[in-house]
Design a protein around this ligand. Structure first.
Ligand SMILES: *Cc1c(COP(=O)(O)O)cnc(C)c1O
Length: 832
């Protein structure tokens, strides 16, 4: 061990601490090496760099850094990181980048690393991966979330195959976070009101590359015990607890941002849980600008984006009106200056229906400048779910767009695959944000053997992980030494390996593959072409049906004739997910269409050379092509009785296509047809389903335009917002006076001439647009030709391309007003 002759002064234990602290450090798996050198075992078990560091005394750390190999390693990592941060970012090159000061991103959960277990699954995955991608791209995002003391439950599988729910504590001293401090250096504490008491919120921060994640908790000793437990369990507790959590996240979260000195232009709600932030943002604007709540909401909502994640209405958070009254009655009256009824109306389909519960997704929509779903199909589904907020508007006009989710590639690509890509093209691997070379171009340079070796290596790494995970689980549950010794030994690295891991919720149909257990057993235990299957997933503690599905798998895996070819890995989390998606040959997903809004786990296998066998739902419905992977379902929605057909298709694909393709080898043992498919899947899909692409889309289509609209409405003492509020009040108040008195169609040659006569009442002709509408979305404007008191005449001409009866005349608010119609004002009058 040669001591370094001279260590550059900048590499100190503090340098390591900074590296350990960054939640986005895994831009490259090569950065992991340093933690392996320090304490490989602890690193492999926790992937928590700050924990690894905390076990090493200062002096030992100093000695370590004096070792030339370590020193070089840290220096390389630091230099690479610095170079990356100094490189001009994608965002800096955007026109109008200056109009976007900052995006505030709110989410109930974040899946950034194992070191910060404040996530449950898909929603946290989307938030974490997008936050990292935003840092890579230079998009200025500050995220806000909750510091859950127990996070989501941890899963044990008891000896009888049943799920145990375990709640270990997140010790703040061992998490990569630090207290958020105010300008004077004191830890931030914020007050917020619950009925009858004021409670304290504490602020924390985590670093995510160029950006920060601010976290809140209520575990302040000054709080009553019940209040301290608000930030205890993610998705735990009753409906009232959920409401308290959402108040803390939404209202507390916005206050935390402001207390930290931030004034974001855009508020991005990752699902509706944090929708109260819309109210608090408006309240803050009210106070600052001395305007009414209506004006403040009009100004601020222009900068709010709501991303919906649920494909069924039952998935939205809803609260009884009494509960909302109890927690927000005072806030509405004294802070927002509106009645409780007015507040409740924002969360209802029928604003006046006293029986309707308060729906957070409706609040989010009524407080948004734009709404989006998370895949193309989910956009379609969502327009149906939200259509009742836009009564009488055609379905295609329901203002819900979509941005398909993507995953942060550096987080999910295996160290081995990463090393291969690196060898091929140095730092410019396609997911490192340099954009110089595409996956397709890189793949054109390698032969089938090269690609197949990545696969072989990945599968054997995965099995090594599975064996050690199994052995530890068995040991913890008190298995005998021989059982522990035997764990996973019947798995084989040359066998076709399938992976299936997800929440055990009924709609995910985790037991579709078990539809005919005998047939599955035959596929698995085929003598020449055997298959092995790795399964993982948690069932929510309250979901009995999901737990029954889980037990069904336990029983199947335990069957003697299955010969250990099905292994259930307990406690599905980011670590298990990473190993699975890196190692499996085929990733299975069998949700009930259209219940999977997007799904992301299948995207994680792409860059690792895994292939997808999935229901045509969520992202796969838009990604699938016959030469890229395999599809279950016919692209239509069906009743549960149809499951048998899907299962049949699943078995047939495995028996007739997938298994034979895997085992058909050329002279040197490479399955060429399989590798062909890998190439096409990777070339077509890796970049398309990356969080990089997702965040670019969010930025171009939403963040930048929303920031501009928000700033415009706020300018000169919110002049624009005041004017718009006046227009809205006027149009809402007098809309019922509008009526068509006559509509006349004349044909002259190849043109129609149309004349509409209207009674306007108190509405000015400039406030409205009179149009002819024909399905599916053809719109022909009519122009004002005469205006006389409450009467007006509009005329237009259009080509005779379809029967006049196809068209219906209608009136909507004029686009010239600058309102986002119908999102902000859903008025419409049809002539018939
Ligand atoms: C990726 C991931 C998810 C989301 O996967 P789906 O495809 O939406 O089921 C859930 N949990 C973990 C641990 C993950 O890594």
């Amino acid at each position: 061990m040669a001591p370094a002759s001279k260590r550059p002064s900048e590499i100190t234990p503090e340098t390591l601490r900074q590296l350990a602290f960054d939640q986005a450090i895994r831009w490259s798996s090569r950065n992991d090496d340093i933690w392996q050198v320090i304490d490989n075992e602890l690193w492999q078990l926790t992937h928590n760099p700050s924990l690894v560091l905390s076990t090493v005394p200062e002096q030992a750390l100093d000695e370590l850094l004096n070792r030339s190999d370590c020193h070089q390693l840290v220096q390389d990592i630091v230099q690479e990181q610095r170079a990356r941060l100094e490189r001009p970012t994608w965002f800096a090159g955007q026109a109008h980048a200056q109009t976007l000061g900052r995006v505030a991103y709110f989410s109930m959960e974040y899946m950034l690393s194992e070191a910060l277990p404040i996530y449950s699954g898909g929603l946290g995955n989307v938030a974490g991966d997008q936050l990292k991608a935003a840092s890579d791209l230079g998009v200025p995002v500050t995220a806000v979330g909750m510091l859950w003391q127990h996070g989501y439950f941890r899963q044990g599988i008891g000896p009888d195959g049943s799920q145990q729910e375990l709640y270990p504590v997140n010790d703040t001293r061992q998490l990569p976070i630090e207290p958020l401090r105010d300008a004077t250096g004191k830890p931030l504490r914020l007050a917020i009101h619950l009925p009858g008491v004021q409670i304290w919120l504490r602020g924390w921060q985590a670093i995510v590359g160029r950006n920060r994640l601010l976290l809140l908790d209520t575990n302040d000793p000054a709080n009553p015990p019940l209040a301290r437990l608000i930030s205890s369990e993610l998705y735990g507790g009753d409906n009232e607890m959920r409401l308290r959590q959402e108040l803390v996240l939404g209202i507390g979260g916005w206050r935390l941002l402001e207390a930290a000195g931030l004034q974001p232009d855009v508020l991005h709600l990752n699902d509706g849980h944090a929708a109260f932030a819309v109210l608090e943002r408006a309240r803050s604007h009210m106070v600052r600008e001395q305007v009414s709540f209506a004006v403040a909401l009009g100004a601020t909502r222009a900068g709010n984006l709501f991303t919906t994640h649920t494909p069924v209405e039952a998935g939205f958070d809803r609260f009884p009106a009494e509960l909302v009254g109890k927690y927000l009655g005072r806030y509405a009256k004294y802070e927002l200056g509106i009645s409780l009824q007015a507040l409740l109306a924002m969360g209802r389909k029928q604003p006046q229906d006293p029986r309707e519960p308060f729906n957070m997704a409706y609040l989010a929509t009524r407080g948004a400048g734009a709404v989006n779903a998370v895949s193309q199909l989910h956009g379609h589904t969502s327009r149906f779910i939200f259509r009742e907020l836009f009564p009488r508007w055609p379905i295609d006009a329901v203002p819900v767009g979509h941005v398909t989710n993507g995953i942060h590639l550096p987080t999910w690509v295996s160290p081995n695959a990463e090393a291969h890509w690196h060898e091929l093209h140095g730092d410019d691997t396609p997911w490192r944000g340099t954009d110089k070379v595409s996956v397709a171009e890189l793949l054109a340079r390698v032969d089938d053997r090269w690609l197949w070796q990545i696969r072989q290596h990945a599968r054997s790494d995965l099995l090594a992980f599975v064996r050690s995970h199994l052995a530890r689980s068995l040991a913890v549950h008190g298995a005998s030494p021989s059982e522990i010794e035997m764990a996973g030994t019947r798995l084989h690295p040359e066998r076709l390996t399938l992976g299936f891991a997800r929440r055990f919720a009924s709609y995910k149909r985790p037991n579709l593959l078990l539809h005919d257990p005998q047939r599955l057993a035959r596929i698995l235990t085929h003598t020449q072409h055997p298959v092995q299957l790795l399964v993982a997933g948690k069932a929510h503690p309250a979901d009995r049906a999901g737990q029954a599905l889980l037990s069904e798998w336990q029983r199947f895996a335990a069957r003697a004739d299955i010969a250990g070819r099905v292994v259930f890995l307990e406690d599905y989390d980011m670590r298990i997910a990473r190993h699975l998606v890196q190692g499996v040959d085929v990733w299975l997903n069998t949700p009930r269409r259209p219940w999977e809004a997007s799904g992301t786990s299948g995207m994680k296998v792409l860059a690792n050379g895994g292939l997808n066998l999935s229901q045509l739902d969520g992202w796969w419905a838009e990604a699938y092509a016959a030469d890229l992977g395999w599809a279950v379902g016919d692209g239509l929605e069906h009743e549960p009785a149809h499951d048998a057909m899907d299962a049949e298709q699943l078995y047939r694909l495995l028996e007739e296509e997938i298994v034979p393709a895997f085992y058909t080898r050329d002279a040197d043992g490479t399955p060429n047809a399989w590798v062909q498919r890998m190439r096409r899947s990777m070339s077509a899909l890796v970049e398309r389903f990356s969080a990089d692409r997702t965040v670019r889309e969010y930025t171009e289509r939403y963040y930048l335009p929303l920031a501009m609209a928000y700033r415009e409405r706020c300018a000169e003492g919110s002049a624009r917002a005041r004017e718009l509020a006046r227009q809205v009040t006027c149009l809402r108040g007098y809309w019922h006076e509008l009526a068509f008195t006559r509509l006349e169609w004349l044909t002259a040659g190849d043109r129609y001439r149309v004349e509409a006569r209207l009674h306007l009442g108190h509405i000015e002709p400039q406030q409205i647009a009179v149009q002819l509408f024909a399905e599916p979305g053809e719109i022909r404007p009519l122009d004002l030709v005469q205006h006389d008191g409450p009467f007006a005449v509009f005329q237009g001409e259009l080509p005779v391309t379809r029967p006049a009866a196809d068209y219906t005349a209608r009136v909507v608010p004029s686009a010239d007003l600058g309102l986002n119609v119908p999102l902000e004002l859903a008025l419409i009058l049809w002539q018939r």
